[in-house]
Design a protein around this ligand. Structure first.
Ligand SMILES: Nc1ncnc2c1ncn2[C@@H]1O[C@H](COP(=O)(O)OP(=O)(O)OP(=O)(O)O)[C@@H](O)[C@H]1O
Ligand SMILES: [Mg+2]
Length: 263
């Protein structure tokens, strides 16, 4: 479970600045193309990192895969079924502010387990997820009583509890300080190793993508096309200094994004 086929997906949005006059022919020219025939196939359990310039359509692509928005053309097929609407059982969309502020950490994690009848099994499962993300002792805290990094870890626990086939993360580390970012990245890699769920991560950070991904996809500027789709067959933990091939790829991707001298 968790196989994803993005089949020639296109997306256009109306141009907000150029409204068509009523009755004018060819409304097509008032549309802005955002995604241009994106075709990608992700295997079960793959961790795919998606890079691309700001505004190129990464979040749009994730929203289409999650079923929040229809594509203008093309289709998304997940486990042989066409995506037509969101499915909270099989896809979890990780949000940076996804916790409900009026609920404790425990209650937030419990949200994903509403269907579980057995109280004891449920409690055990909640405690287990909280332990995995090392938030024991904070079960009765409300989100505003946690640090930014802890809130993201609580959100991870929520995702783990739901046990979806697919995890979708749009810039999960944005706004975190350097060390918290590194720890959270490790947390996501461990979670993936442990659960083996198909995971799509959009990031701005080339190093994040190369360290985390089983696969890296680079999108071109708007309208987004697939510029690079590369498998990363490198052992983990990954160290650029010990992996010259990975270092070389890093340089190439920086170049692709218009940076000549990556540091
Ligand atoms: N609902 C919408 N209506 C109209 N235009 C939209 C809508 N959503 C996104 N767009 C446009 O589509 C383009 C792509 O947006 P998107 O949010 O997917 O980019 P992104 O690659 O995620 O950018 P960033 O890296 O800054 O998050 C942008 O130009 C944006 O203005
Ligand atoms: Mg975005």
């Amino acid at each position: 479970m968790g196989h994803i086929l993005i089949d020639s997906v296109c997306k256009e949005y109306p141009n907000r600045r150029r409204k068509p006059r009523p009755g004018s022919p060819g409304t097509g020219k008032y549309m802005v193309p955002v995604l241009d025939h994106i075709t990608l196939e992700f295997g079960e359990g793959e961790m795919v990192c998606i890079l691309g310039p700001s505004g190129c359509g990464k979040s749009t692509l994730l929203r289409i895969v999650a079923g929040f928005e229809p594509p203008t053309a093309g289709r998304v097929i997940i486990d042989n079924k066409r995506v037509e609407r969101p499915s909270s059982d099989s896809i979890f969309v990780f949000q940076n502010n996804g916790l409900l502020p009026w609920m404790t950490v425990w209650e937030n994690v419990e949200l994903g387990l509403r269907h579980l009848e057995d109280r004891e099994a449920k409690n055990e499962r909640i405690a287990e997820q909280i332990e995995i993300v090392e938030l024991e002792g904070f079960e009765q805290h409300y989100p505003h009583q946690l640090s930014g990094g802890m809130r993201r870890r609580a959100e991870l626990a929520r995702a783990l509890a739901v046990n979806p086939n697919i995890m979708i993360m749009d810039e999960p580390f944005s706004g975190l300080d350097f060390l918290t970012h590194m720890k959270m990245r490790e947390e996501v890699v461990n979670m993936h190793r442990f659960t083996r769920k198909t995971t799509l991560v959009v990031t701005h950070d080339i190093d994040d993508a190369l360290i985390m991904g089983d696969r890296i996809v680079v999108l071109d500027d708007r309208p987004a096309k697939v510029k690079l789709d590369h498998k990363l067959d490198f052992p983990r933990p990954r160290d650029f200094e010990k992996l010259p091939e990975l270092s070389e790829l890093r340089k190439q991707i920086f170049l692709m994004q218009g940076v000549l001298y990556a540091v």
